[in-house]
Design a protein around this ligand. Structure first.
Ligand SMILES: Nc1nc2c(ncn2[C@@H]2O[C@H](COP(=O)(O)OP(=O)(O)OP(=O)(O)O)[C@@H](O)[C@H]2O)c(=O)[nH]1
Length: 320
């Protein structure tokens, strides 16, 4: 089964790579996406804080290429969004990993009030710290950037809705568009999230890397919904998903899925994926140190959300 999974992932990855190389679809790095990415790049240096929104299930594959050469780690925070879809202990390991790489990170569930409140407190403290360093008390701008469908608009709306601003201010602004389909945010928009000092978040359209040549990254992004289903094919994605589930240690629990109501299953596929020689080689290349090897042991955990009696969400929280 591990071979079947690796073969399927490779097949999907190859389709994604071809599409990205040929710019085959009308939305992959379309003129609009290219223009957006320039507009974001121009504004990045002006932001007080940059929140790089990643998917907590694939914290490495969902990185935002535009920030690759961004100079100041002080002003950049990796937000591991959709933490409710990832295994919490793995997310903690990823946060330790980011800490070791000198990068601040914060895990959040954009649909959860408590999680957003904690994040708001963290952001306000951060803004105060930065303003003190700059000796300024002016309005602060926080820029949300990330790949498509990472949850930037959902996060912006929640910060705005729960933020400490007056009721009148909440009613004034149009909310950001949230959709289960990628690339629905078309423009950069601003939402107020705090007063004294005033803090605004800038929601930006999702931007894909100009090409995705790595098979594993491509198949992961296709599976979490960063790319339109039509690109890799729904059937192929379902096959990959099922092949991974089928090879899980707890696959027998699948027999109970249809009657399990709103329960959640967590299936660990560590051995299966780590058995793939290509992936294993890549891991060794990328993570030479003891610690990072330990992070690599985070490997494959998927959750099956059985709400509504079906396969609601499939999640994988490891990467590479
Ligand atoms: N479970 C869960 N779903 C989330 C979370 N955040 C966002 N979503 C969902 O993820 C999907 C994408 O969210 P958006 O906010 O539209 O994503 P985006 O990054 O703005 O997308 P683009 O327009 O492609 O840039 C929507 O279906 C959201 O409801 C989260 O923390 N947990």
């Amino acid at each position: 089964m591990e071979t079947a999974t690796a073969v399927l992932a490779q097949r999907i990855g190859a389709v994604i790579r071809r599409a990205s190389k040929k710019r085959a679809s009308d939305w992959w790095y379309s003129p609009h996406m290219a223009a957006t990415s320039s507009a974001i790049a121009e504004r990045l240096p002006l932001a007080d804080l940059i929140l790089e929104v990643r998917d907590a299930r694939v914290p490495l594959s969902s990185k935002y290429e535009l920030l690759k050469n961004f100079p100041s780690p002080l002003r950049r925070i990796v937000v591991l969004n959709k933490m409710d879809l990832a295994n919490s202990s793995r997310t903690k390991e990823w946060m330790r990993y980011f800490e070791l790489t000198n990068c601040e990170s914060f895990a959040v569930n954009s649909h959860n009030r408590e999680s957003i409140k904690q994040f708001l407190n963290f952001l306000q403290a951060k803004v105060r710290e930065l303003k003190k360093m700059d000796n300024s008390c002016s309005t602060a701008a926080i820029m949300l950037v990330g790949i498509p469908n990472a949850g930037k608009s959902a996060l912006a709306n929640s910060l705005h809705n729960i933020g400490r601003i007056s009721a009148a201010e909440k009613g004034k602004l149009k909310h950001a568009v949230v959709s289960s389909q990628p690339c629905e945010t078309k423009d950069i928009s601003s939402l107020k999230i705090a007063s004294n000092p005033n803090v605004y978040v800038l929601d930006t359209p999702g931007v894909l890397p100009p090409d995705i040549s790595d098979f594993e990254t491509g198949s992961k992004l296709a599976l979490i919904g960063t790319l339109r289903d039509s690109l890799a094919g729904k059937k192929q994605l379902a096959q990959l998903f099922l092949s991974i589930l089928d090879s899980g240690r707890e696959y027998k629990q699948w027999e109970n899925l249809s009657t399990s109501g709103s329960g959640r299953l967590s299936v660990d596929f560590r051995e299966e994926y780590s058995g793939s020689s290509e992936i294993e080689t890549r891991r060794k290349r990328q993570y030479p140190s003891d610690h990072t090897q330990c992070v690599e042991d985070v490997t494959q955990t998927w959750k099956i959300n059985c709400e509504h009696g079906g396969l609601g969400d499939c999640q994988k929280e490891s990467d590479h």
